[in-house]
Design a protein around this ligand. Structure first.
Ligand SMILES: Cc1cc2nc3c(=O)[nH]c(=O)nc-3n(C[C@H](O)[C@H](O)[C@H](O)COP(=O)(O)O)c2cc1C
Length: 306
């Protein structure tokens, strides 16, 4: 993976106000509750939830690499005619309200976008609402126009937001089945100790156990779970890597959804550390943290302060 723009970023000075990204329920409950909802009740999102989400978005910090594109709540009704015909190719039923955003289509933009939209999705889950990441099945240009994406930015993905319909549609059940939605890879395939030769058992995660499990349960495009985490020797560092799925980026050319997945993983990781009261930050060094297997690239390292 060619990532010169992010090489040697150093420690990113990203002050995150502890008053932001606040949730009502504990993170593990929110993460367990979130799943991809593809059937909604057909009503626009009302207050107080809409107001809560708007406040959350307004206070949302920049992503870990410092960029912050637009994030907008949109109602389908307003865009029914003309060029602004929003749609999701029939995958989603009964959704009226969406959250869409824009990003510069480079590594930094996709990762930061994934981080920020996932934070909003977790807040929506916290409010009892259904969501579903959509990166492949949307009218991308129409959403870009609707969010007012500046020149040079695209809409990598969107999510409907609203109340669950009582019953899952057959299309919903089929997609869940084919994406293996309930399945997550075991720890030993995702997490490692110092390098890729030593798989990590769930009882060996130390101070990072909760953060790693929170990443493991995160959503990813086609449930590919491309994140890998290698823990550093001193127990204070965790290195995030992207193991690309073979042929995946040829499928959806407009956006690099596996980089969006990296931002989602960073969001889950950081929120887990914050909830445990451990301060730290993401940074990126000039060299890879360990020898990398094929199709694998270095994204960033989390370093705890104490
Ligand atoms: C970046 C991204 C893009 C996605 N795009 C789509 C999509 O286009 N259509 C869809 O039905 N699901 C999409 N999904 C949902 C995933 O299939 C789903 O998150 C995964 O199978 C895990 O299931 P869960 O969300 O129920 O835990 C996407 C997820 C992510 C993270």
């Amino acid at each position: 993976m060619d990532t010169p723009s992010l090489r040697a970023l150093g420690r990113y000075p990203r002050p995150v106000d502890p008053g932001t990204m606040k949730f009502t329920s504990p993170l593990d409950e929110i993460v367990a509750l979130r799943n991809s909802c593809r059937s909604y009740d057909g009503l626009p999102l009302g207050d107080p939830e809409r107001g809560e989400l708007m406040d959350f978005i307004a206070a949302l910090p920049a992503g870990p690499f410092g960029s912050a594109g637009r994030l907008e709540i949109l109602d389908l009704d307003e865009f029914k005619s003309g060029a602004h015909k929003l749609g999701t190719y029939g995958v989603i039923r009964g959704a009226v309200t969406f959250i869409a955003g824009s990003a510069v289509p480079d590594e930094k933009g996709f990762v930061d976008f994934g981080f920020r939209l996932e934070a909003v999705i977790l807040r929506a889950t916290d409010l009892g609402l259904g969501t579903c990441w959509l990166g492949g099945t949307l009218t991308r240009d129409a959403f870009a126009a609707a969010v007012g994406a500046p020149e040079g930015e695209i809409v990598p993905a969107i999510t409907p937001v609203g109340r669950y319909a009582g019953k899952r549609t057959i299309a919903d059940r089929l997609i869940r089945w084919s994406a293996g939605s309930r399945n997550r890879k075991p720890w030993q395939e995702l997490f490692f100790d110092r390098d890729f030769s030593r798989p990590l058992a769930p009882e060996s995660g130390g101070a990072f156990s909760f953060a790693l499990e929170t990443v493991r349960r995160a959503p990813s495009a086609s449930n590919k779970q491309p994140w890998r985490i290698v823990l550093g020797a001193g127990g204070r560092e965790a290195h995030l890597l992207l193991q690309r799925s073979r042929g995946y980026n040829k499928l959806i050319r407009a956006a690099d959804l596996q980089l969006v997945d990296m931002g989602i993983a960073m969001c889950h990781f950081e929120l887990a550390m914050r909830e445990q009261g451990v301060a730290g930050a993401w940074s990126r060094t000039g060299t890879d943290p360990c020898p990398l297997p094929e199709r694998t690239g270095y994204i960033a390292s989390w370093r705890s302060d104490a």
